[in-house]
Write a protein that binds this ligand. Structure first.
Ligand code: SAH
Length: 370
């Protein structure tokens, strides 16, 4: 059964929802191998054996949201709050440029005040100017108005990551306070597309109560909204959150199962969406040291090395045991590039690394069309 589904997908045929569910339900080692090999085949064919780095700058943890899973939620009083100043963000972006990473991601907890919006706008323009437009700039700053998205796009950002978290409305409602709305998030994704960004979204995988049917629907949603990039990763409990209080820390077996589900989702997403960029999330590495490289072998082609100054890393713990919080950026560069060469891939240093999917779409419609 699995063999025939994989054969069908190698030939380029579309898979049904039921077939996605059967792939996500695999537990047999040989079948898993076949699934991952099939995803790697599709990856090689559509995006090549090339990994792109996006240096991630986690620039602040002051948040207006109170998501029940997230370690830096507004109500977690144990977190020391910080916001990098503009010069610090700029310095880290320039570090990323000089390390030849090609792109940076500016991520923070969610803030919507005017001072913050203007600060991001200024720093994006400065980075754009100082690197003569050569450093790609991705933002991951949560739900904002279309006007704000437009300001930041005009300043020089061209990609935006906003995870939908889950497309199951009942599950979304269970993991968020009542005023955090799935519909609003979907509207933001549509607004980002209208403004002209390359849009990325993704899910948390392995949420309590989430089924493989939910995950299959999530993958179909990614296809439906014609996404350019995906960043998804395993859910990992954080001890300072309502969802973390309800769950004991993961045992080794739970970690292994969660990693496996995360890898299966990457593989299935690659098989279904083919020519998009897929990031191997840092959360994979929290479950197993080589988790991100395993993600690359299962179909991912982007890694987001942390370039945040070491003194801020402890304060950006979205989940427990986040890796590399005691390392500096140079250590990450060295150890990651070595590990990627170790699996026979090259790093796309100095390139933006847009997904072929985005390039095709913008060639037919023109990037930034309204
Ligand atoms: N505020 C921004 C980005 C910061 S959070 C935004 O909303 O887009 C980035 C992502 O971290 C979230 O989208 C969520 O998917 C993930 N995350 C938060 N808590 C997590 C946890 N406990 N386990 C795994 N991922 C988590």
């Amino acid at each position: 059964m699995i063999d025939s589904v994989l054969k069908k997908s190698r030939s380029g045929a579309e898979l049904s929802r039921g077939e996605l569910v059967s792939l996500l339900s695999i537990t047999d080692t040989a079948e898993l191998r076949s699934l991952y090999d099939c995803a790697y085949f599709v990856k090689e064919r559509h995006v090549g054996k090339r990994t792109y780095f996006r240096g991630i700058i986690e620039c602040g943890n002051i948040c207006v949201k109170d998501c029940y899973y997230c370690g830096i939620r507004k109500s977690n009083n144990e977190v020391e709050r910080f916001l990098m100043d503009e010069d610090e963000i700029f310095r880290e972006a320039i570090w990323t440029y000089e390390a030849d990473y090609g792109s940076c991601v500016i991520q923070s907890a969610e803030r919507t005040d005017n001072g913050y919006i203007a600060m991001i706008e200024r720093v994006v323009s400065r980075i754009k100017e100082a690197t003569e437009g050569k450093l790609g700039i991705t933002l991951s700053l949560g739900e904002q108005t279309e006007k704000t998205y437009r300001r930041w796009f005009k300043a020089g950002a061209h990609r935006y990551l906003l995870r939908v978290e889950t497309t199951n409305p009942a599950l979304y409602a269970r993991i968020h306070p009542a005023d955090h709305l799935l519909e609003e998030r979907k509207k933001c994704l549509a607004a980002l597309r209208r403004v002209g960004y390359q849009v990325g979204t993704g899910m948390m995988i392995g949420l309590p109560g989430q089924t493989v049917e939910d995950l299959a629907n999530d993958v179909l949603y990614l296809k439906e909204i014609d996404i350019d990039m995906v960043g998804m990763g395993p859910y990992i409990p954080h001890r300072g959150t309502p969802m973390g209080w309800a769950l004991p820390p993961y045992s080794d077996e739970q970690k292994a199962a969660s990693l496996q589900l995360g890898l299966k989702m990457i593989a299935v997403t690659r098989i279904v969406l083919r020519d998009i960029n897929i990031a191997a999330a840092t959360a994979l590495q929290a479950l197993e040291y080589t988790g991100r490289e395993q993600g690359l072998r299962c179909g991912a082609n982007v890694i987001m090395p942390n370039v945040t100054a070491a003194q801020f890393r402890q304060q950006y713990q979205l989940y427990d045991d986040k890796p590399c919080t005691d390392e500096n950026s140079l250590m990450c560069r060295g150890c990651l590039s070595g590990r990627i060469r170790g699996i026979g891939e090259t790093v796309g240093f100095g390139e933006w690394g847009d997904s072929p999917h985005f390039k095709k779409r913008s060639a037919t419609k023109g990037a930034g069309d309204e």
